[in-house]
Design a binder for this molecule. Structure first.
Ligand SMILES: [Zn+2]
Length: 431
């Protein structure tokens, strides 16, 4: 759609720019670019009223499994191992392309409603139903094809998938919304050859290498026993600990590993709600990672272990868990947490044009309705965004200059149809 312009009038802009300015006035965009920030915008093809609202960069969900909303609430309050073995894996084994599409539509609908504009995924059938659903929703997805090949020979399933991933990356080169990437599940579930090949693809095509890493103590000690090295060390040995790597969790990493992660330029996707719910015990050392210069973004993880994909909630948990854990209310202040959910997540995906509102940046935004009683008064918008706002307060979502939701109405998906299809698909998986 060349030549379309969008203006949001009379609003408060939490820019997340280099100076972290909060600006009053209008926001003006042409096509996918932000043209002016503050002041008075020219007349635009589409105008949104921002009175009483706060506009901020769209949130970046740096670790999720999009279709897992289908398994929300299915086996809560269980230990991790029986939860996976008795509930999640048997249900996932029944997934078809149709049910995967229904789950992906549900996940993407939730993102739009919650102001998430970009996400890094790890699941299966990414180049089919998940990417198709992402395109239809109008969201920006990094579609990480999951690989699990423990106990198989390196020329098996993962090898076939690696070829497919490479083909998908080539087929979508230049696509503004979809980026395919390799996503080996973890060092305890994948062969070293799979990490070596994933690292090569990530470097060659400049895409993320997305993996779980040091989520639980059991994982760390199992890998140490079986491979003689801890998970971060295995990544290092296979060449997978690079500037393209995005490591989900890192709840059980040592001070030395924090330095290794930072030195490699790798990013961490901190998933506080999932970690707390699954009782993984270790707390991601976010302050130490920050001190070492590592990028830390925020992830919801799958909706089955959260049980939402509300990143506003994850922001609050990220701040609170560090404060409680350290007996220090000054640790990880609101501004630092908002950075994690916006510009740091974007930087982890090598997209410094996202996650901030500034001239020339790409227009991925969300708008929060601060007229709601639970958000009155507004002493400090940044603090409120982290501690008081819920995803349910989001009124508009914009991706690549296109309005996906305005005044709470989703424009790219049929909400009732998505909900009905998801309900039917979920019943099929758990029957
Ligand atoms: Zn995960």
């Amino acid at each position: 759609m060349p030549g379309t312009s969008l203006a949001i009038r009379n609003t408060t802009l939490v820019t997340q720019d280099a100076e972290r300015r909060v600006v009053e006035g209008d926001l003006y965009m042409e096509d996918e670019r932000i043209v002016s920030v503050g002041g008075k915008a020219p007349e635009a093809d589409r105008e949104l009223d921002g009175t009483g609202q706060v506009v901020l960069p769209g949130l970046v969900n740096l670790h999720t499994h999009v279709p897992m909303g289908l398994l929300r609430g299915y086996g809560d309050d269980m230990l991790l191992e029986p939860w996976l073995q008795e509930r999640i894996w048997p249900a996932e084994a029944k997934l078809t392309p149709e049910s995967m599409r229904a789950g992906a539509d549900l996940g993407h609908l939730e993102m739009i409603l919650n102001g998430v504009t970009s996400y890094l995924d790890m699941y299966f059938m990414e180049s089919g139903p998940i990417a198709d659903s992402c395109r239809a929703a109008g969201l920006r997805g990094w579609c990480g094809e999951g690989m699990v090949d423990v106990g198989q020979t390196p020329d098996g399933e993962a090898n076939r998938k690696l070829k497919e991933i490479e083909d998908s990356i080539k087929a979508t080169a230049g696509d503004p919304l979809i980026t395919h990437c390799p996503s080996p599940h973890g060092t305890y579930t994948c062969n070293r050859e799979t990490y070596e090949a994933s690292a090569r693809i990530a470097t060659e095509y400049g895409v993320p290498m997305h993996t779980h890493c040091s989520e639980t103590r059991t994982e760390v000690y199992d890998v140490l026993e079986n491979q003689g090295a801890r998970p971060v060390e295995v990544l290092k040995q296979t060449g997978a600990l690079s500037a393209n790597a995005v490591l989900a969790h890192c709840g059980w990493v040592t001070k030395g590993e924090v330095q290794d992660i930072a030195r490699a330029g790798a990013a961490v996707a901190h998933c506080p709600v999932s970690n707390l719910k699954l009782a993984t015990g270790g707390v991601c050392p976010v302050p130490e990672l920050h001190d070492a210069g590592a990028l830390v973004g925020l992830g919801s993880d799958g909706a089955a272990s959260n049980n939402t994909t509300d990143l506003f909630e994850s922001m609050k948990f990220a701040a609170l868990v560090q404060k409680q854990h350290r007996w220090d209310a000054t640790v990880l202040p609101a501004q630092r947490v908002l950075d994690m959910a916006t510009r740091d997540g974007a930087d982890a995906l090598k997209r410094p044009d996202l996650g901030r509102i500034e001239e020339g940046a790409t227009a991925d935004l969300c708008m929060v309705d601060f007229r709601r009683p639970q958000l009155v008064p507004r002493h400090d918008a940044v603090s409120d965004l982290v501690y008081a706002v819920s995803g349910r307060d989001v009124s508009a979502t914009v991706v690549h200059g296109r309005v996906l939701m305005a005044e709470g109405r989703v424009e790219t998906l049929d909400v009732d149809a998505v909900v009905d299809a998801a309900r039917a698909a979920a019943a099929g998986l758990t029957a």
